[in-house]
Ligand binder design. Structure first.
Ligand SMILES: Cc1cc2nc3c(=O)[nH]c(=O)nc-3n(C[C@H](O)[C@H](O)[C@H](O)COP(=O)(O)OP(=O)(O)OC[C@H]3O[C@@H](n4cnc5c(N)ncnc54)[C@H](O)[C@@H]3O)c2cc1C
Length: 697
């Protein structure tokens, strides 16, 4: 008899954002002005658990909903009780507030321990099931961190569970395809990425739910070690509105205009590099290497930079050349010269800040954790190596790439040419295919041995699962899905050479810059397609360093039953790519309509036109997986991208960020893709494509 602990969270409703939800002064979204709802993926997790209970023909297993949040979060537990849950527990305490993912996972894990001890009577036949991520945080970090705290295996991005021969086989999303796995033993943590069979409240369950008492626990009941702001390992430095897209977002009303514009755009020349999240910036230099010892123009906020700039100018005017010359009398003169700009205490702090010149995170290297399969390195790893090179040059240190697997040495040459200095190789037959538990042990062991000051992972499904486990295991904070990584100082606080990690939050409605604290290393996952790969330089030399980790079969948590990934044969280097989404509605439509458009474009433009697809279209069987574009498909950068019946989900749009011109055709006038493209046409595919083909011809 298996039991199911389902984690549910109350989140702001980011799908219903009104104008008054934004702060008029800062332009940022105010979370408290949004309605609260249950996190959509957690409703799917509950339905998933209910289905597992049904399919295993075991009606005696309990579903226990657990939530952490303010007292009003009881509403989401009532949602659970009204559908499938037997028991509901709310972990609520002011002391738990303001936590990052580390200090969220820790108390949740302790609450799971208490449930197992007191309700499940230490029976280990249970699953912890939760949504892949919550819409407010969007990190996907908490479940793998809970897994690490509880020493459980984690199966992330599950889409299906099938009960076969007395056990569950789970289908999950992986880079470039999907995989069917089974946990070698229970308990296990499962995160649900998609489950399209919602649970509806029944009258009987709702009546019963209204009578069930929600159990309330406070911080003292669970005795967690890391809670709230003090237990967190990252802190938010600033929150700001996202930059406006540089895409034109222009609606075209006539198919003839659409055809003319498509022809024009296919010629290329529109430089979209400006819209990249991590474009060219002034390169950071350590304070000790700056020409002017009073130069503190790499602080984290513009206000700090301004203050330091003014101070440096004033010191120059007053003829002060060294910190030792700034005595009480000099301070009075400085304050008189700057007027009301800053007061005495602030000046003292700034002067104190001049004394710090060495990096806070000491002399470790900048590392990238390599993602690879069948000897091929994932493109996102090369992008990260490019970024790591820039960061390491600023910090006057080296770039290391750590790779766990089997027979890895042939990858080293390419990684060194892409910018790495040292390649740390951990080889073992047990690491031949990716197993989260075995790989996290190997990578964490290498980090513990060498302590790099920065560790970067690609924000792919694999990286988003591995990074939280590794970082939790080695006791470091982690920031998810960064689109900007910069080195900056906080001189007043004595912090030099910090990694500032910028990422979108609240469904992309705000940007947050985050720093790591109370950690020996700064860790982040970075969104694929945002950082730039450097041109390969094969004259560069580097070192291969072998690191040995003791592994046994006990370190392997999953049995891999089947892996389905894309074959080759698709030319995504074509200048023009036309993709179809679920809105194509059938394989026939995809072949006929999209095919006709590709042919017409190819004839007219005298170029090869490749076919692409959204993940949903691939899953519907419209075309083979090799054609999938996006986070778990291929990232592309053609001159022209035409998206037919594609909604514009973030996982799809990440893959087309480097495209020069994006054209979207969709029947829904409020399709999200219309806010992320250059030209759009509102219309049904069946009507629009034939007339577009005609207009092109
Ligand atoms: C871990 C993870 C990784 C993922 N990786 C990827 C990835 O690599 N690539 C990817 O694409 N997705 C990926 N996804 C899935 C992604 O979140 C979306 O579910 C997917 O992109 C949606 O595809 P779609 O736009 O075709 O379908 P939908 O979102 O269902 O949109 C269909 C669109 O078609 C329009 N439409 C319907 N009928 C018509 C018509 N007759 N004419 C015109 N328009 C019509 C609708 O208005 C709608 O906008 C991933 C998800 C997860 C969780």
């Amino acid at each position: 008899m298996s039991d199911y602990i389902v984690l549910v969270k109350q989140v702001p409703d980011v799908s219903q954002i009104t104008d008054n939800a934004f702060d008029p002064e800062t332009g940022t979204l105010v979370r408290t002005r949004l309605a609260s709802v249950i996190n959509e993926l957690d409703t799917q997790a509950l339905a998933f658990a209910n289905r597992m209970r049904q399919d295993s023909n075991d009606r005696t297993g309990k579903i226990i909903c657990l939530s952490m949040g303010p007292p009003m979060a009881e509403e989401v537990l009532r949602y659970g009780l009204g559908r499938a849950a037997d028991i509901a527990i709310l972990l609520t305490d002011r002391a738990l507030g303001g936590a990052d993912t580390w200090a969220t996972a820790n108390p949740l894990a302790f609450a799971v321990r208490k449930i197992v001890k007191e309700i499940l009577k230490n029976d280990s036949d249970y699953y912890v099931i939760t949504g892949m991520q919550s819409v407010d945080g969007d990190t996907a970090q908490v479940p793998p961190q809970i897994a690490e705290e509880l020493s459980l295996p984690c199966i992330a991005y599950a889409t299906k569970a099938e009960f076969k021969n007395g056990r569950f086989e789970l289908t999950r999303i992986i880079s470039g395809g999907s995989q069917v796995v089974a946990p070698k033993k229970l308990p296990v943590i499962i995160t649900v990425a998609k489950y399209e069979y919602p649970l509806f409240a029944t009258f009987a369950a709702t009546r019963r739910a209204s009578k069930v008492q929600v159990i309330r626990w406070g911080a003292a009941d669970i005795n967690a070690v890391h809670i709230g702001v003090t237990g967190s390992k990252t802190s938010v430095i600033r929150v700001f509105p996202p930059g406006k897209t540089s895409r034109k977002c222009r609606q075209l009303h006539d198919v003839k205009d659409l055809a003319a514009m498509i022809i024009e755009s296919s010629k290329g020349g529109d430089d979209k590099t400006a819209q990249k999240g991590d474009g060219q910036k002034r390169k950071y230099v350590l304070p000790a290497k700056r020409a002017n010892k009073f130069d503190r123009s790499f602080e984290g906020t513009e206000k700090e930079n301004e203050d330091y700039r003014l101070l440096a100018d004033t010191l120059k005017q007053l003829g002060i050349k060294d910190v030792t010359q700034i005595d009480d009398a000099a301070q009075e003169r400085i304050l008189a010269a700057v007027g009301q700009r800053f007061h005495k205490k602030a000046l003292e702090d700034m002067i104190e800040g001049f004394k710090f010149t060495e990096p806070t995170f000491k002399k470790g290297e900048v590392w990238v954790v390599a993602e690879h399969k069948d000897g091929a390195v994932h493109p996102a790893t090369f992008e990260l190596v490019g970024k790591a090179r820039e960061l390491a040059d600023s910090l006057a240190t080296k770039v290391g790439v750590v790779a766990a697997g089997y027979q890895l040495e042939p990858m080293a040459k390419e990684l060194i040419a892409a910018g790495a200095d040292n390649i740390y190789i951990i080889e073992d037959k047990l690491l031949r295919v990716f197993d989260p538990t075995a790989h996290r042990k190997a990578i964490a062991d290498a980090i513990n041995a060498y302590w790099p000051q920065i560790v970067l992972y690609a924000a792919t499904p694999q990286g988003r699962m591995l990074a939280p486990m590794v970082s939790y295991r080695v006791g470091c904070g982690l920031t998810a899905d960064c689109t900007g990584l910069d080195i900056r100082d906080n001189s007043r606080k004595g912090d030099i050479g910090l990694l500032l990690q910028t990422r979108p939050a609240l469904g992309g409605n705000v940007m947050a810059t985050i720093r790591t604290k109370s950690s020996r290393s700064q860790m982040a996952t970075a969104r694929p397609g945002v950082m730039k790969r450097l041109p390969s330089d094969y004259s560069k030399t580097g070192k291969v360093i072998r690191h040995k980790v003791e592994l046994s079969q006990n370190d392997v948590s999953l049995e891999i039953i089947k892996t389905e990934t894309a074959g080759g044969g698709v030319n995504f280097n074509a200048d023009v790519i036309v993709s179809g989404g679920k809105g194509m509605q059938s394989r026939d439509n995809y072949d006929r309509l999209l095919g006709a458009l590709c042919q017409a474009l190819s004839r007219k433009l005298q170029t090869q036109v490749e076919r692409g697809a959204s993940r949903a279209a691939v899953e519907q069987g419209f075309i083979e997986r090799a054609h999938q574009v996006g986070q778990t498909g291929t990232s592309i950068g053609p001159k022209l991208y035409v998206a037919l019946g594609i909604s514009g989900a973030i996982q799809h749009m990440i893959g087309v960020a480097n495209t020069e011109t994006i054209v979207a055709i969709n029947s829904d006038p409020s399709a999200p893709i219309f806010k992320q493209c250059d030209y759009y046409f509102v219309g049904a595919i069946e009507d629009t494509i034939p007339s577009l083909v005609q207009a092109l011809e």
